[in-house]
Design a protein around this ligand. Sequence first.
Ligand SMILES: [Zn+2]
Length: 257
Amino acid sequence: MLTISPIPAFNDNYIWHLQRGGEHWVVDPGDAAPVVEALDGKPLDGILITHHHADHTGGIAALCKRYDCPVYGPGSIDGVTHPIAAGDSLSVLGMPTEVIDVPGHTLDHLALLLREPAEGSGAHIHLFCGDTLFAAGCGRLFEGTPAQMYASLGKLSALPPETRVYCAHEYTLANLKFAAAAEPGNNAVHNRIAEVEALRADNRPSLPSTVGEELATNPFLRCHVPAVARRAAECAGKENSDEVEVFASLRRWKDNF
Ligand SMILES: [Zn+2]
């Protein structure tokens, strides 16, 4: 049985904590102290890293010193002991895990797809996507181009709709407010705002999301929808000739929202 729980860190980061068969792994430990506290005396067996930003990597050194565990991630990052790249398959807590490259937020950004065996021949699919896909939003373009990010989001949105999406920040409510501005006629967005407001009022995480929920409410995955393209053009003050331009206009608008 796999359990996945968020360890809150800094203002709004989540370090995802995976437990199965007595093993413990974490994803993107930006800080060691909250991980040590969550482990409550149990050893850490492995670390997964999606990209080089400090709020995702800052805890690696202290955790490795304390637990001497392997670190899987982009090879250019200090402390990574097992470099991984697009197309690699690895075993995480005994589960097959696929590496997908998703450049855009950063150029080194990877996403990890875990397949948890389920009843019969099925699997529950868990996506750890760092700062690429957020609930109702996407990461800022610090290093990549809009075309790179749009292609990366396309890879993630093509996953089965029931795929669970574990983003690295609690940005959902602010993202949904932007989604409502980008597509005022989308009732799924308004319903989701009510759901997430209730969760947050209770201090509960709005995550994981699912790919299906994102397809219905995330404006950055809805650049093909005429109403979204129209609003993006109004805000940009120019027509956009394709979905990548719609995406770029939305992203610029969100940067200043
Ligand atoms: Zn980042």
